[in-house]
Design a protein around this ligand. Sequence first.
Ligand SMILES: NC(=O)c1ccc[n+]([C@@H]2O[C@H](COP(=O)([O-])OP(=O)(O)OC[C@H]3O[C@@H](n4cnc5c(N)ncnc54)[C@H](O)[C@@H]3O)[C@@H](O)[C@H]2O)c1
Length: 424
Amino acid sequence: MQNVTVVGLGKIGLTLAAQFANRGFFVRGVDINEAVVDSVNKGISPIVNEPGLSDLLEQTFKNNTLTATTNTVESVQQSEIVVVIVPILIKENNDTDYQFMDAAMESIGKGLKENTLVIIETTLSTGDTRNRLGKRLEEESGLKMGINFSLAYSPERVQSNRILSDLKSYPKIVGGIDDKSLNLAADFYEKALQCEVIKVSSLETAEFTKVAECVYRDVNIALANELAIYAEKKGVNMKEVRYAGNSEPLSNIHEPGIGVGGHCIPIYPYFFINRDLGKGIITLAREVNDNMSQYAIELIEKEIGSVSNQNVLILGLAFRGNVKEPTKSSTLLVIKALKEKGANIFVNDPLFTNEEIEKYGVTALPLDEIKNVDVVILQALHNEYKDLDFKNLKNAKVILDGRNVLNREKIEANGIKYRGIGVR
Ligand SMILES: NC(=O)c1ccc[n+]([C@@H]2O[C@H](COP(=O)([O-])OP(=O)(O)OC[C@H]3O[C@@H](n4cnc5c(N)ncnc54)[C@H](O)[C@@H]3O)[C@@H](O)[C@H]2O)c1
């Protein structure tokens, strides 16, 4: 049985670790968070709302094929394969924040022995695996990449809340520092994930592919948003335009919305922007998407006048429906804009505790206490909102449907105005 260390037991890392451990590998999961490690060692998933993960973890617990630890050095010393999936984020000023990855490389390098295969999965700027991470490993270990240890890059392309099904159905893209690294990593994924593997010609090709995918999404959503703003001005329904326009096979007009959030799409464009691509469509797309929260408030004010002193309820702190993830959620931009306008801000999110919600300087509001709300903004369509009883919104004047998914007829039947993005 081969020994694998997975560094970073977050939403993605823990799911990968559990999957590897159920596919014939002995897995050591490493995290700096002791609560995560304790939970995994009890066979209990600290990640909520990830279909299939709890069962998989229970299975690894029974089979004794996954253990967790905070000791990266020791774990790497005992492994033939090391998979790294700790986050790289951006700072307030949009500079890349490598603190977690640099710390991980330092510890992995200290435990690295000859002939280990290191695979990086975290999304990176093109060139980082070779020029930053590989170099750190060399400095710490005294070993040479491509000579004493193998190095590969394979981006993680799955989405939270459907990780296991995406792992099965999405091809795994793999690049290596040399043919040996490429083939070792490809063989590993074929066994451990039993999915299609696409081998690409370099580490940089694999890195660039993932960022290009994310930027493609960001730019196309921005285009949809711009079209929706124009449709609104012209009194045209964007939903109808998408339906009719996308009947042409080459047309793929995306869904417009109140903004783009999460770990990936709003972050990775800066990997280009920060490396001399600061002008042009990628930067513009970021601006367009981040301005949608402001635009949504303008739509509300067109209906009811100023939101100052109005009770505004945002549905969903999460960036996306049914995912407990507030990173870069459009709700944070909506909150900022509403604060500047002097609104009374309430947030509901069944996936978060009141304490977790209220640290954003808003009041948490349960769904059975919404009768005094004047305005509702839907940001994330959690299952709980799909059958929302609009009768309970006794005071509401307008609902801004930030995802164009609510039932307009039912809303209007209760005397509440409905506005979508590009949908009157
Ligand atoms: N979440 C997604 O939907 C998604 C999708 C595709 C790709 N990704 C990629 O996966 C990466 C991780 O995402 P996630 O959602 O699993 O993140 P997460 O925030 O859920 O988890 C990251 C984990 O890494 C741990 N960690 C941080 N520094 C560490 C270190 N030095 N050593 C060991 N553990 C450390 C943290 O404690 C945390 O448990 C992202 O940065 C991105 O590149 C994420």
